[in-house]
Design a protein around this ligand. Structure first.
Ligand SMILES: *Cc1c(COP(=O)(O)O)cnc(C)c1O
Ligand SMILES: [Zn+2]
Length: 414
């Protein structure tokens, strides 16, 4: 790959170190050479208006003027994720005692999780940067998204996951073809292996490792969509799941960009984070008042969030504290209970990550931390069909009967 090739990455102008502010030309780099801090994409966002966005396609490319992707990105094969529904959750709001509640249902993406957003942006940037293979270490949803996007783009994929992943996520990755390796270890082991491989396999774009600055920007699109779908305004409170913490920090970045561009009114919003207690290093740091996140060994049914050493943990703490929010964690039982509550009240079957997020919302509300009168959005980031085992013990038919009226009457269900 040439480091000097001209880059057509739309409005992106440079990579900037989050820690020391050093800037670099756009290219296949992700860590600062001076301080090893993470690099973030900087932009020149001139010319983006509500009208230019509204005239774009009904997918994330309507925001291409705010993303590190070529201006003709919509013309190349990709998975076209995004513009998922924002559902007004009146039944759930009433059962919880909230005035106004919305679910951003990202299970509606092509491979049924929010990961299609980040992968679509990573793929577009990786092509421009000259990579030949789309790769990743994954807790499951990213594996689905990378394998599918590479298949559609007609390039090779190389995906690495912990071998104890949900059966559904193994099958729904393998089906797309590509190189798919299960690794005997947890996600943090797989991630370390991927970082080592990224150093050796020059033309492999590990979406969340060596092209992470571009990948991460894809998460901004959930924030943009929420604001646009609310009628060009920000919610007062938003509850977001935390794995590496990238999604949370980028939704905050999206809201800040919309304010700066004058696309929404500048009014305060609070960001709340959600983790499973069995993998809650960021929640623990928040509660202890720490700025650093102590890594943990994950043990939870919410495998899509099971990152024990979250790369963006400190930046999550910054965003949550700056906006006056909080971080909460919930037990696996609370996760299962909240998956059921969302399904019964709104007809939405979320994955375990959705159960974590609604569970945290309920806990924060009971504790008086969330304001019941403030307009609230929470994110369902994946599809319950991928984590069936979590609810199988509690989601069962009412009865099994012989095909006769008598049998039905006997069952006492009339
Ligand atoms: C990956 C993932 C997240 C959060 O990811 P971050 O690493 O924090 O950006 C949330 N929900 C689901 C279902 C995921 O797969
Ligand atoms: Zn630096």
């Amino acid at each position: 790959m040439s480091q000097n090739a001209a880059r057509n990455l739309g409005p992106a102008t440079a990579l900037t170190c989050r820690e020391c502010g050093e800037t670099y030309d756009l290219g296949p780099r992700y860590a600062c050479e001076l301080c090893f801090g993470p690099l973030e994409v900087s932009y020149d966002h001139t010319g983006v208006t509500r009208e230019t966005i509204e005239s774009g396609p009904r997918n994330i490319w309507r925001y291409r003027g705010l993303l590190p992707v070529p201006s003709n990105v919509a013309d190349t094969p990709n998975t076209e994720p995004g513009f998922t529904r924002l559902v007004r959750a009146d039944n759930l709001a009433e059962s919880l005692g909230l005035r106004s509640l919305w679910v951003k249902d990202d299970s509606g993406n092509p491979t049924h999780s929010f990961k299609d957003r980040v992968v679509a942006v990573a793929l577009a940037a990786a092509r421009e940067l000259g990579f030949k293979v789309l790769a990743c270490p994954s807790t499951g949803n990213l594996a689905n998204a990378v394998a599918a996007a590479a298949a559609r783009a007609g390039i090779r994929s190389a995906v690495f996951v912990p071998s104890d992943l949900e059966r559904q996520k193994i099958i729904t990755t393998a089906v797309y073809g590509g190189t798919f390796v299960t690794v005997d270890g947890n996600y943090d082991d797989v991630n370390r292996l991927a970082s080592e491989l990224a150093g050796e396999q020059e033309d492999w774009a590990f979406v969340n490792v060596n092209v992470r600055p571009y990948y991460a920007e894809g998460s901004k699109t959930i924030g943009y969509e929420i604001a646009e779908q609310l009628g060009w305004r920000l919610p007062e409170q938003i509850v977001i799941p935390i794995a590496s913490g990238s999604q949370l920090t980028k939704i905050d970045k999206a809201f800040q960009e919309f304010i700066r561009l004058g696309l929404v009114e500048d009014r305060p919003y609070k960001i709340f984070g959600a983790q499973a207690t069995g993998c809650s290093p960021v929640s623990a740091a928040f509660k202890a008042g720490h700025d650093v996140v102590q890594p943990v060994k994950p043990s939870t049914i919410a495998k899509s969030l099971a990152i024990g050493n979250p790369a963006d943990g400190p930046y999550v703490l910054d965003a949550v504290r700056r906006t006056g929010g909080a971080i909460e964690d919930v037990s696996d039982e609370e996760v299962v209970d909240s998956i059921g509550l969302l399904a019964r009240t709104e007809g939405i079957f979320g994955e375990t990550a959705g159960g974590v997020t609604l569970g945290a919302l309920r806990k924060l509300l009971s504790a008086g931390v969330l304001d019941p009168d403030a307009e609230t959005v929470f994110i369902n980031s994946g599809d319950g069909l991928k984590t069936l085992d979590a609810v199988a013990p509690v989601a069962k038919p009412s009865a099994n009967i012989a095909p006769t009226l008598e049998a039905f009457r006997k069952a006492g269900l009339a």
